[in-house]
Ligand binder design. Structure first.
Ligand code: AMP
Length: 542
């Protein structure tokens, strides 16, 4: 027997209609053109989004077509999120940090009809324009007077496009399983893979991350997503903030510590989200000017492991709780969050910091298990580790137009490619990417834990551990670091000896000028492996 409740579909356009009706004056504040501040309310955003929806229809965009965006976090990108998906088309967010070959590949793979781009990205698109001939036209996100000269064909000015359009638009209703947005993974091997989110997966995810076991947003929040809107929908924040009427503070393309602090300070930001590298920049800036964070209550750290030193510094110097989170593009992207629980509030600080290093408990809706190489489930005892498998309503079930289904098991689990532990309370901790874990004489060594320990050494700005081939042990850890103060490898070695088991101590430490990153800021270990693979092969060096 079916329940006798309405079959009302959950659509992205409903979020903005709700925000405009109930939180119409709550602000969206954006920094654009790197300096200027734009502010308006959700009601104004809805008006402009409807004009954009009319403009898209006039351009001939129809349901199911992909429209690319190549833009920073600002109000225009926000409007595109809602208008494109709202009319039933697909918002394809393009990551400008990917290589130009990858960008032309994904534009062609998605069959993007139009691309809406910030002026900053004109040179990038000009350089690949001859490879993306399927694109009908380019819309530059600017006023007429800001329009730079360009060799791109069929160019529109965004503000002119909106001018004269009607503010009346009736959002179409369709099944909420309809595709809403598309994001390609920034994988380090092979072609990028597309993850095609639906309206339902987007709304389910946005509700879960906004709630009490997630970002804990409400209408008193002022939330700053530093995480880009071109990667995994900025962790769902443009949707969650609108659902709950939170003030949304969008940083544009200025992501350095100084620019971020100005915005945090002037907009009384109390909640912010981003990857560890961004927060390193902010913390160093605060140090250099001797300022403290006053309004910020929590900072969500994900994308890479939050180092202990960062958790401690935010807490001890700024009284800010680091809410560690884990996710992947394939999970919309958030799967687990480590929020402040009553048990944590009672813990001594040091103990709590250790617990905060875990990536957190799965959000309701996400199921997790860990399995060994034979697919046997491992116990949730906090010690046994295995490949992390997940399933849930906002987890991908296949890649867009892709025949490689190897990550999707026939019984409905997605293989994350991460190795983790899960303890008896449900806290999940990432040990490593399966391909980065070091196998030394039969023991598994976590590169993440060594990196975290190295970052705790004063003066180390970035750390990367790779598995180097070793003739006796098979593999041994090799540590590469960047530093901001003159110091010897010996100091780092001594520091590590105090905090790591002997067998985990890197066989060599190398100070380098910079470390390579992929398009989402993750360390490109494969590239380093190519260079340093044989560094430890001889016993004399080891
Ligand atoms: P992406 O799809 O580019 O967002 O990358 C997802 C991958 O980032 C995951 O599979 C993890 O390997 C890594 N990752 C995300 N969050 C964390 C975290 N908090 N700690 C460690 N690794 C993380």
């Amino acid at each position: 027997m079916h329940g006798e409740m309405m079959e009302e579909q959950l659509l992205i356009s409903d979020i903005l209609e709700h925000a405009a009706a109930v939180h119409g004056q709550a602000e969206i504040v954006s920094r654009y053109s790197h300096r200027d501040i734009h502010r308006y309310g959700y009601a104004d955003a809805l008006e402009r989004t409807k004009k954009l929806a009319n403009a898209l229809s006039r351009l001939g965009v129809i349901e199911g077509q992909c429209v690319g965006t190549l833009a920073w976090n600002d109000h225009r990108h926000f409007e595109l999120y809602y208008a494109i998906s709202g009319i039933g088309a697909i918002t394809h967010t393009i990551n400008p940090r990917q290589s130009s070959e990858q960008i032309s590949y994904i534009i062609n793979h998605a069959s993007d009809t139009f691309i809406f781009l910030d002026p900053d990205f004109i040179p990038l698109l000009e350089s690949i324009e001859h490879q993306i001939k399927g694109v009908i036209g380019f819309v530059v996100l600017a006023n007429r007077f800001e329009m730079p000269p360009t060799k791109l064909p069929n160019v529109w000015c965004y503000e002119e496009l909106l001018q004269g359009e009607s503010e009346t638009y009736h959002w179409p209703r369709f099944p909420d399983s309809t595709a809403a947005s598309l994001c390609y993974t920034s994988g380090t091997t092979g072609d990028p893979k597309g993850v095609l989110y639906s309206h339902r997966s987007t709304l389910s995810h946005a509700r879960a991350v906004a709630g009490g076991e997630g970002w804990m947003l409400d209408s008193s929040s002022s939330v700053l997503p530093v995480v880009p809107m071109f990667h995994a929908c900025a962790w769902g924040i443009p949707y969650s903030a609108a659902m709950l009427g939170s003030k949304l503070v969008l940083p544009g393309g200025a992501l350095d510590g100084k620019s971020l602090f100005e915005l945090i300070d002037s907009e009384a930001v109390n909640s912010m989200c981003g990857v560890p590298t961004v927060w390193q920049g902010l913390l160093r800036h605060l140090d250099s000017i001797g300022r403290k964070l006053t309004n910020v209550e929590k900072v969500v750290v994900g994308g890479s492991a939050a180092p202990l030193s960062m958790i401690q510094e935010f807490d001890e110097k700024h009284d800010v709780f680091v809410m560690h989170g884990w996710g992947m593009t394939e999970l919309s992207p958030v799967g687990a969050v480590n929020c402040l629980t009553p048990e944590m509030k009672l813990m001594p600080r040091n103990e709590r910091h250790q617990l905060q290093m875990k990536q957190g408990k799965p959000l309701f809706g996400i199921k997790m298990k860990i399995v060994d190489d034979n697919g046997m489930e491992q116990p949730h005892d906090g010690r046994s580790f295995g490949r992390l498998m997940v399933k849930g309503p906002w987890v991908a079930k296949s890649y867009f137009k892709c025949t490689d289904h190897s990550a999707f098991s026939c019984d409905g689990w997605f293989d994350t490619g991460d190795i983790s532990t899960i303890d008896s309370s449900g806290y999940m901790q990432i040990v490593d990417r399966a391909k980065d874990v070091i196998k030394s004489g039969g023991e598994w060594i976590s590169s993440i834990e060594i990196e975290n320990a190295a970052l705790g050494c004063d003066g180390v700005t970035e750390a990367c551990v790779i598995a180097a081939t070793h003739d006796k042990w098979g593999e041994r850890p090799l540590l590469l670091i960047t530093v901001n103060k003159l110091r010897s490898e010996k100091t780092v070695q001594q520091h590590l000896a105090n905090v790591l088991p002997k067998i985990w101590l890197p066989d060599a430490i190398i100070i380098v000028e910079t470390l390579p990153h992929n398009a989402t800021g993750k360390l490109l270990k494969q590239e380093l492996r190519k260079t340093y693979q044989n560094y430890l092969i001889s016993d004399e060096i080891a």
